[in-house]
Design a protein around this ligand. Structure first.
Ligand code: KG4
Length: 338
């Protein structure tokens, strides 16, 4: 029996989870409302909130799992990428706890963990898992990547954004419309009542499987500026259509490259991961491709789309099986790729 505690603190969610033999026993997350009034995450405030949250969150995760800390075989923590101050809190806590319990420490790449969230098993769930090799569209507030997943610990980024991430495009365009942070979920909600073909925004022309979202952001900004000149209520009067059209444009951009990569690499197992995978339009687009392209698609549960420690614990579980442990002196990394 292998029992792993996972700790996640890369941005503004403090999370702890326990995985036993691949099955989730608990997953506890404390968010940070403190950033709401600032329109984005304030790194220093995030670190302080992690410090306040980490002990009760880990305590609660062990309690809900129904285990004592002496039953843990290893502690996995997010090493990066993320905000350095936030990462330091989770990393230091994991090191201290692993030292005190005299058990191995496992460093986890946050991006790899998002992909491996598809392998978390839950009691009484269908636990369908992608088969290797598969493609994973990893879309969050900081990343937009197409990852070729050859094995649990063998992944290759075949395409990625050269500027903004998809989540950033959602959030920045939402901000231009006066919506609060994070704007992605709000755009998704408002888009339900809008016409996705009401407005057209520029799509990038980038070689290969790479993405670009900065042009879309600028095109959206200029489009609004021009219309607001004639009609100061333009946003208010067309909010649902603006959201639906913007969302459709972002999804079209994401799916076009993913389809191309799947075709060229002859892959039909396709997954999506990261915060933006919560988007209802993107989920719908995946289901449509499943029919049209004969893909077998894998869409994560909502609780595994945003930052969570369950994905850190499952990654730690696979690394534990490879005896892939890290040294106590290993520092966190703000910038690191898969
Ligand atoms: O993975 P995540 O929780 O954090 C990191 O960036 O690591 O992703 C957060 C991003 C934000 O940009 C947020 O606006 C976006 O995911 N997001 C969504 C939705 N839910 C979250 N974007 C579009 N539609 C959603 N339903």
């Amino acid at each position: 029996m292998t029992t792993i505690l996972g700790i996640e603190s890369s941005c503004d969610d403090t999370s702890a989870a326990v995985i036993r033999d691949g099955f989730l026993l608990s997953n506890v997350t404390a968010g940070q409302a403190v950033h709401e009034s600032y329109g984005g995450v304030v790194p220093e405030l995030a670190s302080r909130a992690h410090q306040q949250n980490v002990v009760p969150v880990v305590h609660e995760a062990l309690k809900r799992a129904g285990i004592d800390k002496s039953e843990l075989n290893a502690i996995a923590f997010t090493r990066g990428p993320g905000l350095l101050g936030s990462l330091m809190v989770g990393t230091s806590f994991a090191k201290g706890m692993a030292c005190a319990l005299d058990i191995p420490l496992i460093d986890v790449n946050h991006l790899q963990a998002h992909v491996l969230a598809h392998f978390i098993k839950e009691p009484d769930a269908d636990n369908r898992q992608p088969a290797f090799p598969f493609l994973c569209l990893l879309v969050s507030g900081g990343n937009s990547q197409i990852v070729l997943v050859k094995n649990y610990n063998d992944m290759q980024v075949v395409g990625q954004t050269i500027d903004d991430a998809a989540g950033e495009a959602f959030d920045k365009c939402a901000k231009v419309m006066g919506l609060p942070y994070p704007g992605g979920p709000l755009i998704d909600k408002l888009a339900q009542n809008g016409d996705p073909n009401a407005f057209a925004f520029s799509k990038p022309n980038i070689a290969g499987y790479d993405y670009s979202f900065s042009g879309l952001k600028t095109s959206f900004l200029y489009f609004l500026r021009d219309h607001l000149r004639d009609n100061p209520d333009f946003i208010e009067q067309h909010k649902a259509d603006l959201c639906a059209s913007l969302q459709k444009t972002i999804i079209d951009i994401l799916m076009k490259k993913l389809e191309r990569a799947a075709k060229d690499l002859r892959i039909t197992q396709v997954a999506v991961a990261g915060g933006v995978s919560a988007n209802s339009g993107l989920r719908q687009a995946f289901c449509q491709r499943a029919e049209r392209k004969k893909w077998e698609v894998f869409i994560p549960k909502f609780s595994y789309t945003t930052d969570n420690a369950a994905m850190v614990a499952i990654t730690g579980y696979f690394k534990y099986q490879d005896n892939d442990f890290c040294d106590i002196a290993l520092p966190p990394f703000a910038r690191v790729t898969i």
